[in-house]
Design a protein around this ligand. Structure first.
Ligand code: CP
Length: 316
């Protein structure tokens, strides 16, 4: 594996999950792989978990790590080709990316959807420039349309907590005050569709996700019906795909409550975090033993470490 931007980059999903779980038991077992290797983490957008867990994963593998927060630390970067750069962005990605590539062996990049153009976002214009110009492997730390390190950690977590071989996993839209990208639900659905779990997607009308992620999955528009018998409830807000980036509903009837959790098969509650309490999910659910959000965040270290191990083995 050279780059990691989606589940399709993994040689084998089952083996990858096994590897991550093995690494979790013995996190320092592959320190030799990262000796004298450097990872640069580039953030165009904010982060708590991704920054710290990916840094920890790289350090566990013996790598050196440098972090660049583009907005705070670097020059503002122009991302469009062919523009006259007479504005407030003094450097172009076209130079910045290969320069960064000369300082490291692996680049991690976070660049969310910009919501200026659905086409630009869904063509992953920033991530793909990194892949084209970096000259070193690139790991997506959440791009415009996918968050693969998160989905990998979600899958590890479900494997750890599932009580039956083919659990019912429900992803539900929930309300939020701001317009959020579709990367997490797109990616979660993409990864879950590679398993033999029963996957149910529920959201209000108008929040249909891109066909390339949904495939032949049908939406259950009745959230309570979707919750019946579920083993895992994965909550997430996203903005509309068709009316791109729009908030169509703030309906608090979609908040995950303990009443709704009682419809499930003692389901565990999951969310990628950060989570808006009493918008997405009530305090009562988050503070109960149903919630496994912290375990899920912990697994971000091991998803990143498994990915980096596979990349380091290829560049040795
Ligand atoms: N889940 C996740 O990616 O968290 P951060 O945005 O804090 O990195």
């Amino acid at each position: 594996m050279r780059h990691f931007t989606s589940v399709y980059d993994l040689p084998n999903l089952e083996d990858a999950v096994k590897l991550a779980r093995e690494i979790k038991q013995n996190p320092y077992g592959y320190q030799h792989l990262g000796k004298n290797k450097t990872m640069v983490l580039i953030f165009f957008d904010s982060s708590l978990r991704t920054r710290l867990s990916t840094q920890k994963a790289a350090m566990n593998l013996g790598m050196n790590v440098m972090v660049l927060n583009v907005k705070q630390d670097g020059w503002s970067l122009e991302t469009e080709l062919g523009v006259v750069m007479d504005g407030d962005k003094p450097e172009h990605l076209r130079e910045a990316i290969p320069v960064i590539g000369t300082y490291c062996d692996v680049i991690g990049v976070r660049a969310f959807a910009r919501f200026e153009s659905k086409e630009d976002d869904y063509q992953e214009k920033i991530l793909n420039q990194f892949i084209e110009f970096a000259g070193v492997p690139v790991v997506s730390m959440e791009a415009a349309t996918r968050h693969p390190l998160q989905s990998f950690a979600d899958l590890i977590t479900i494997e750890e907590f599932k009580k039956r071989p083919k659990p019912k996993v429900v992803i539900t839209w929930a309300p939020h005050p701001k317009a959020l990208p579709q990367a997490v639900p797109n990616s979660f659905i993409e990864w879950m569709r590679q398993t033999d779990y029963e996957l149910v997607v529920t959201h209000p009308e108008g929040y249909e996700l891109a066909p390339e992620f949904m495939g032949d999955l049908k939406v259950e528009y009745d959230q309570k019906k979707a919750f019946e018998g579920a083993d895992f409830i994965y909550a997430k807000n996203w903005s509309a795909y068709e009316k791109y980036g729009k908030i169509l509903s703030r309906d608090m009837d979609w908040t995950v409550t303990m009443e709704k959790m009682k419809l499930t098969n003692n389901a565990r509650f999951m969310h990628c975090l950060p989570v808006r309490r009493n918008m997405i999910v009530t305090d009562e659910v988050l503070d109960s033993d149903r919630s496994i959000v912290v375990k899920e965040a912990e697994n971000r270290v091991y998803s990143a470490q498994a990915v980096l191990k596979m990349i380091l083995e290829q560049i040795k």
